[in-house]
Write a protein that binds this ligand. Structure first.
Ligand code: ZN
Length: 77
């Protein structure tokens, strides 16, 4: 089920193993730490603001240090 079209898109930046983004609604600076490279190197990911709890699609179009890989879609059982 896809619901990403309902979420506002926010551009984030990569720093170390975290994604930084500023909430467009309350201007809170958020950071999300990813321990899994598979999640970290995605171009988009969903996250919620730690202050106002709104959910956004976080974009990191600045490219990753490794070559883009295509991951298979998870199989639905
Ligand atoms: Zn917020």
């Amino acid at each position: 089920m896809k619901d990403s079209s309902e979420l506002k898109e926010v551009t984030g930046t990569r720093a170390g193993n975290a994604i930084l983004f500023t909430c467009p609604d309350c201007q809170k600076d958020n950071s999300i730490v990813y321990n899994m490279p598979k999640e970290f190197f995605r171009d988009t990911r969903k996250a919620s603001c730690s202050s106002c709890r709104k959910r956004f699609t976080i974009l990191t179009p600045d490219g990753s240090p490794v070559k883009q890989r295509v991951y298979a879609q998870p199989r639905v059982r």
